[in-house]
Design a protein around this ligand. Structure first.
Ligand code: 5GP
Ligand code: MG
Length: 175
């Protein structure tokens, strides 16, 4: 794979919009009358977070956490660290984590354990995409957008070597 690769659309901006609407409707139903803390995982979830919260009509707060990434490759090292922590209190809050992709599950299960130790009132996960065939750690996804096979995705916030985040569609890189 090189940065010269040609991105091919897998999910168009219209399909993404419809899916984000569906997720927002499910979340609105469950969080009515609550004021949750939405935790986005940087950097990949920023665009999804921005679109999703504009469709939510209850009071909410937004925070971000940055976890150690894969570096330039695509395989998880299996070791996850907090690189930039939340600035909000988690104890007693209704926490909804917003993730771009659940792949092996290592990153998200680390984060859910990390947050659970801070004693939130509730803790749920919303993921835009899931690659169940790559799972190594079991993960419950409460709100899921797309299920994908083992392909490397870019666009709509997702990068390859920090590039392609600005593409409005979710794409697969082709040689
Ligand atoms: P896991 O720990 O579940 O293996 O990895 C999850 C993280 O790896 C995601 O949050 C995402 O940042 C990154 N990742 C996994 N698959 C892809 C992919 O297809 N494209 C991109 N850009 N990142 C991915
Ligand atoms: Mg990520």
């Amino acid at each position: 794979m090189s940065s010269q690769s040609n991105p091919k659309i897998l999910f168009s901006r219209q399909e993404i919009e419809a899916t984000v609407r569906k997720l927002a409707a499910e979340i609105r139903k469950d969080y009515q009358g609550k004021s949750p803390l939405l935790v986005g995982i940087l950097k990949g979830s920023f665009m999804f977070m921005a679109d999703l919260i504009r469709l939510l009509d209850f009071p909410l707060e937004v925070d971000f956490i940055r976890l150690s990434s894969y570096g330039r490759g695509r395989e998880s090292s299996g070791k996850v660290k907090v690189v930039q922590d939340l600035s909000s209190q988690v104890r007693g809050r209704e926490v909804l984590v917003i993730e771009d992709i659940v792949d092996t599950g290592i990153t998200i299960s680390f984060l859910l354990d990390y947050l659970r130790k801070k004693k939130p009132a509730s803790l749920r996960l919303c993921a835009l995409t899931d690659k169940p065939s790559r799972r190594r750690v079991p993960v419950t996804i409460d709100y899921l957008g797309f299920t994908v096979s083992d392909k490397f995705l870019v666009g709509y916030g997702l990068d390859w070597d920090e590039k392609f985040r600005n593409l409005p569609d979710i794409c697969v890189l082709e040689e």
